[in-house]
Design a protein. Structure first.
Length: 168
């Protein structure tokens, strides 16, 4: 059973000594969770399935949560849903080690927090947008154009090719 201080540290020693093909599920559910110093998740839930293989322990994980992001167009905060999965092998020894370099520790406790954080961060968009038709901020006065129209017109480009647009 995971501890409250390290909720993703799992004792898998009993699985390592079982016959090949055996697996166990570890469900997780938290109202609020912080991974690392910068990733705050809400409505976190997921399941980790750990299977015994000849090479090591095969970890399959499936998670979902919400996080708060800032829209790059209008600078307002919004909730964004994250869904992510990952599979990794904790090898019994270096001969079975994969490119991820995970080896089952001698105390048979694995901590999935770093993996969880890395895979969750991969799901966070680089340029988050609150909604597809977000109009952003006015270039003149900074008004959020999703809330109200300030009346300013978009600046016409000062380019010698701007007149070509009229031909279309």
């Amino acid at each position: 059973m995971p501890s409250l201080r390290k909720p993703f540290r799992i004792n898998v020693g009993f699985i390592a000594h079982e016959e090949i093909g055996r697996s166990h599920d570890f469900p997780f559910e938290f109202d609020k969770l912080t991974l690392g110093d910068d990733l705050e998740l809400h409505s976190f839930e997921g399941i980790v399935n750990i299977s015994r293989t000849p090479q090591g322990l095969y970890v399959q994980a499936d998670f979902s949560a919400e996080t708060t992001l800032e829209c790059v167009r209008c600078l307002t905060n919004f909730k964004h849903e994250l869904d992510w999965t990952f599979t990794e092998l904790y090898a019994f020894d270096q001969r079975s080690e994969t490119e991820s370099g995970l080896i089952l520790p001698e105390d048979a406790h694995i901590d999935l927090e770093d993996l969880l954080r890395e895979y969750a961060l991969l799901e966070v968009p680089i340029s988050p947008i609150c909604k597809p038709n977000c109009q952003g901020l006015c270039m003149e006065c900074g008004q959020n154009l999703n809330e109200k129209d300030c009346g300013h017109k978009p600046i016409e480009p000062d380019s010698p090719f701007a007149k070509l647009k009229d031909l279309l």
